[in-house]
Write a protein of this length. Structure first.
Length: 137
């Protein structure tokens, strides 16, 4: 059996208002976000929290047609995806495609927090959107 996953990179949570969510998660986790950024290509603003080795990414839509806006409209706020750190995203994508997983991108793309990313369709992962992440060096 092959594994490409090195660790859970982060858990993504879709929120309506990132400022309200930042206040809540700062109180809940006892730390402020260490980073916020806009990912224009994905039409989101993100905030990242870190507790130990665990990262939480909050995502707010910046456009009504974005994936996050559609997710919240359909399901409400909540867990959007789980991301795994991989050492070689191209090799991981090739492996998962060969195993019959549906990749939502044919090439890795730039995501938040200095990562190359690719998503695996939730239908292949028991309803959980799965993200592959590789640090950009």
């Amino acid at each position: 059996m092959t594994t490409f996953f090195q660790k859970v990179e982060h858990i993504g949570i879709a929120v309506r208002d990132i400022h309200v969510a930042n206040e809540h998660y700062s109180k809940l986790l006892g730390v402020p976000p260490y980073k916020s950024e806009e990912v224009v290509s994905e039409h989101v603003i993100t905030s990242f929290f870190k507790v130990g080795e665990t990262k939480i990414e909050l995502l707010q839509a910046t456009h009504e047609d974005s994936a996050i806006a559609k997710f919240i409209e359909k399901r409400g706020e909540g867990m959007h995806h789980i991301a795994y750190d991989v050492p070689d995203i191209v090799a991981a994508m090739q492996y998962f495609a060969e195993q019959g997983y549906t990749l939502l991108q044919q090439q890795p793309k730039r995501g938040a927090d200095n990562k190359l990313i690719c998503f695996i369709h939730p239908k292949n992962c028991h309803g959980v959107l799965t993200e592959l992440c590789q640090e950009i060096s």
